[in-house]
Write a new protein. Sequence first.
Length: 735
Amino acid sequence: MLPTFLTVPATRPMPRHLRGFGLLQVLLLISVMAGLAAMGYLQWRERAGVESSRQERQVLAQADQAIVAFATVMRRLPCPDTNRDGEEDCGNVDAQKGWLPSVTLRLAGADPGVDVGQLRYLVQRGADANNLTTLTDTWRPLAYDDSGETFSSMQAGSYPSDILTLTDLCQRLETARTTPLGASLARVNTAPLRSVAYALAHPGNTDADGDGDLFDGANSNAGANANLMEDPARRPLLATYNDLVLERSFTSLQADFHCRPLIDSINTVALGHDVVIQVAQMRDDNIEAAGRAVAFSTLATIMTGLEIALAVAEGISDAGNAAAEWVICAASLGLAVNACAAAPQHTAAIALAGGVVYANIAAAVLNATAAGIAAGALVLASNTATPDQACPPRDTSLLTQSLVSAQAELSSAASARLAVQTEVANKTIELNAAIAERDAAVATLVNVVRGGAASSQLDGQVSQLIAAAGGWGSASYNRDATESRLTQATKERDLWAAEVAKYNAMLADTAGTIARLTSEIAALDALIATNPPNKAALMDQRAGKDAELKLAKDTAGLTAVRDKAAASLATAQAALDNATAARDAAVTSFSTAQTSYQTAYANLVNGAARYAVYNGSGQVIGYRCTTACQPGDTSISGALNSALVDLFGPAASSGPSPDAKYLRPIKVQKELDALNTKLAAAQKRESEAQYQVDQLQQMINNPAACNSTGTAVIPMTPDQAQDILVEVDRKGGTR
């Protein structure tokens, strides 16, 4: 018997209808909470995946912008980081792939937006000029004769070899772009492989392929992947791949750096130097012939035909002086692009280019007699010329030589015009042949449907299909054209938007900008004072900072430049809006045309299952069929398909091919339109050449009188012109 304190008291049993009720409530509550938790988890995972992908793309875009900014300032691409310390490792000359050197980018004033070792970085570091991470003087201004010869070799003189600007990177990009694909070049894993300027890869959140490396596929840095990155088009849809890749082509970088207008601007100044040399040579060659002094500034009033020669000489002087006065605007920084575009230097360069191109360097030679007199006057007027000296004797031999040159140009222009006319004639023949083939193919289709009868039950469907195919062709070409215009308009808008943002940032914190630039210039001065190996590059960088500082201190000038950029942005945005509307309308039109064609095609094919053909009186004389044939019917299944493929191409049911017989005349007509535009240009060239010949002949037949007085104008010397060219080259062009 248990002790009293251990005795369990008796309890009253719970009623049967209340037993288990608490447990059921708990189970129901657990079920509801589990469902809500599962739904919440799925929604969270979906939102997290979308946000993660967005952030990864944003990181790649910011890193890409940092690399472009670095290259704009340093005129080369950064080397990869091979030891994950954030600094570029250019000493490892064989390394094309590593990590993004985020520390180096920040030190250069570019924010990549990522931490050390977060992104993989592949950059083109091929042999010699294919290496985009080195900076050497690889570019020279071209001579004027379109032979591809450089300015230095054309003039048989020296040209500085230490000019390191963005044009050198542009030259390397062009070399890399035109180099055939090789195993040693940086590439992306496409089919076929293609080389790239650089590529960036984000590894995602996990090691999707489970190989111990966050980066998946070719983005890993092992073995055969040392110069390979995955195709940017590969999407993280499979469990074994979740990386994102951003690729930069050579062409896109050339566009971002404005390589073509930059190089053209410097070549324009080189062209002006060549004209200065022509004028100086004419002056030297004709000193003896100009026995009497003639005041240079009044030659145009006394001799017919001098206007061109004088305009060339004065235009060179004006453009050269403008280039010297505004040379600071040519600093190779994106900030200075609009400032230079707004400067008189830009206008002078355009005027010089227009005048020189129109005269084609021969303008001064085409007026050889007048140029000879002007040249003698230039020399005499510098020190000893007096207004009462008699005019020099005419040297008609130079004028005759000029006439011969002009006649040669006329003959060449006529030959070029005849060649284009031949192209137009041949293309017209091709067009007529294409039309004939189209008409024959249409006739074949009609004959297959009718089978020799006067008409058929399908005649209406055939007509509708023919009309729908024509609508398809026009809508297709129009859609492609509007897509191209939209792409160009988008680039233009984005360019001006970036420029306006830069200027607004400077205006918003002028004091801070001035303080920052002053500090950076002082630091550069300290480095330059040590005479380092990259002194020339540092001096160019300092000149760019100085240009920014001058602009920042001129609030009115900076505001004017910003307002001009804002006006250009508004114009570009309006053009983009129009291009977008035109593209959307073209896409809608094409979709309608596509539906019309496919409907018409289906109506014809379905109607051809079994249909009647008629004689001239409209009486049924038989039945033709493809699938629902009855005894006595004529089957046209194979013939109808062959006729449709012959007329519209192998994918006739989906849409007509541009190279198929029906649409080919439209394509050839567009090519003919382009040739006619080319012919108009050739005819204009010939007419201008004929005008020059007529003017020279008139000068020979009617020599001008010479009895004037006046003061002299001394032209620019070739040395002065070359100094301007070198200075413009050093400062990065006349953008």
